[in-house]
Design a protein around this ligand. Structure first.
Ligand code: SAH
Ligand code: SF4
Length: 449
């Protein structure tokens, strides 16, 4: 399958309309860039796609988005909807929220006016505020979304990234603001956890992206937009934004079950990939309770090294991790686990490491994504040299794994490892940061690749 180099962005500073400043976590998303990533040199991320929307009040009312059908039913009963009507009302509301994608109760045209008024009085279905929207000229879109404070906290901002390709559109979603884990090569790992995102906030990233792409029935797609040829503009989701999704298991589960609900947003579970650093007990639960595709941030094949790079390894060492992967339900040649492996110069990139990788994954239906390290200010790591990445990938390839960095796109990836010369020097810092990170994806089942 074609590989998708994943991008990370630094954020530009924004004006903040005088309110209490949101927590600026400077999220670093690693999201896939389009197939022709030679276009990456012409990213124009500094230019907002749309004039900044006027600030609006984020509703303090509880949202109906992200509730399971049962929770939605209970919420309606609590506000006085008759028990005998609940089932019907739930399916009406579900249809409006997740098939039609509305965000205003007035649009629920087959719901009686008095019920609409009741809903409006007690609940919200508002989208988050778009603090910033950027569109690169290769069609990649990035939204900085602002969510209201929860409890005593401050508003928070998270990034969501959309990457169109020929026959698919992938949305990269965040699960937390910050991360409690401290993977030593990861910028997010240097930031404390601010809070978990709620199911509503996780799902809102998808709903908002579909709004902006005109990806609901009867909506216009934006003029001149680069979009996939598929009927649906978002065909795949990767939980690869900020945070460790399995440390926010319940909310992630709720959101993904709604995203894959056949009577609603209807994404195929085979096109949803959750990436984890290796929270072993929750890997079992992910298989049993969510059933989406899995990606593992492996990055080392020896415990001693992985303890340093991905410290959760001290709790769940490689043996337990690989065992959990081996037992992941539904694996086959067409449904493989993705193993992410960041290429760190002189740290984990020896040819012995490559052989160790093959050895470790024996018997596990696996894809391997070699990720050129994306440097960030203050990091002690460097990206492996290009010829080392090639040799590493050659070993992986010969062992029968598609090895994405072998494609000509590697040149662009090389650029992303901080070696992009003339083009990057002409770019402003914030734009250059768009090249900071690259990783190779290839998510979802094989037959859509
Ligand atoms: N917390 C989850 C998901 C988010 S990170 C996880 O760790 O899997 C998505 C991927 O980007 C992970 O594989 C992560 O290890 C990788 N990554 C983090 N920092 C990176 C960097 N500086 N360069 C390249 N890849 C990085
Ligand atoms: Fe970064 Fe993922 Fe590690 Fe968190 S778990 S520090 S997001 S790589």
């Amino acid at each position: 399958m074609p590989a998708l180099p994943l991008l990370a962005w630094g954020l530009t500073k924004r004006e903040n309309d005088g309110r209490e400043p949101p927590v600026d976590m400077r999220p670093r998303l690693r999201c896939a860039a389009p197939k022709d990533s030679s276009l990456m040199v012409s990213l124009d991320l500094a230019a907002p796609a749309a004039p900044a929307k006027p600030a609006f009040e984020l509703s303090e009312k509880p949202s109906l988005i992200g509730l399971s059908r049962e929770e939605l039913g209970r919420a309606l009963v609590e506000k006085g909807v008759a028990e005998r009507q609940v089932k019907m009302r739930v399916s009406q509301i579900w249809h409006w929220l997740y098939i039609r994608g509305i965000s205003d109760f007035n649009d629920m045209t087959n719901v009686a006016k008095d019920l609409r008024a009741l809903l409006k009085e007690h609940f919200t279905i508002q989208r988050p505020e778009i603090a910033e929207e950027q569109i690169s000229n290769d069609g990649t879109r990035k939204w900085l979304l602002r969510f209201p404070a929860r409890g005593a906290g401050r508003p928070v901002e998270v990034e969501t990234v959309y990457i169109p390709e020929e026959g698919r559109g992938t949305l990269c979603i965040s699960s937390q603001v910050g991360c409690t884990l401290t993977c030593s090569f990861c910028h997010t790992g240097t930031q404390r956890l601010v809070r978990n995102l709620t199911a509503e906030e996780i799902l809102s990233q998808l709903l908002l992206a579909r709004d902006r792409l005109g990806d609901f029935p009867d909506r216009e797609t934006p003029q001149g937009a680069i979009l996939p040829s598929s009927e649906r503009k978002i065909t795949n989701i990767v939980m690869m934004g900020m945070g460790e999704p399995l440390y926010n298991f319940e909310e992630v589960k709720k959101a993904l079950l709604i995203a894959t609900d056949g009577d609603g947003l209807s994404l195929s579970k085979r096109r949803v990939t959750l990436s984890t650093s290796g929270v072993v007990p929750e890997i079992y639960r992910t298989g049993d309770e969510i059933g989406v595709m899995l990606a593992i941030s492996l990055h080392a094949v020896r415990d001693e090294l992985r303890d340093m790079l991905v410290p959760i390894n001290k709790k769940y060492p490689l043996k337990d991790l690989i065992e959990a992967c081996r037992n992941y339900p539904g694996l086959s040649n067409a449904r493989r686990i993705t193993f992410e492996y960041v290429m760190l110069k002189d740290v984990n990139d020896s040819l012995e490491d490559a052989k160790g990788l093959i050895q470790l994954l024996k018997g596990v239906p696996a894809k391997i994504n070699l990720i050129p390290f994306n440097p960030w200010p203050g990091t002690k790591y460097e990206c492996s040299d290009w010829d080392r990445i090639e040799r590493f990938s050659e070993i992986v390839f010969r062992a029968g794994y598609a090895s994405p960095v072998r494609t000509p796109r590697g040149r662009d990836i090389l650029a992303a490892c901080g070696q992009l010369k003339s083009e990057s020097e002409r770019m402003r810092k914030t734009e250059r940061m768009a090249f900071e990170a690259m990783m190779i994806a290839g998510h979802g089942e094989d037959d859509d690749d």
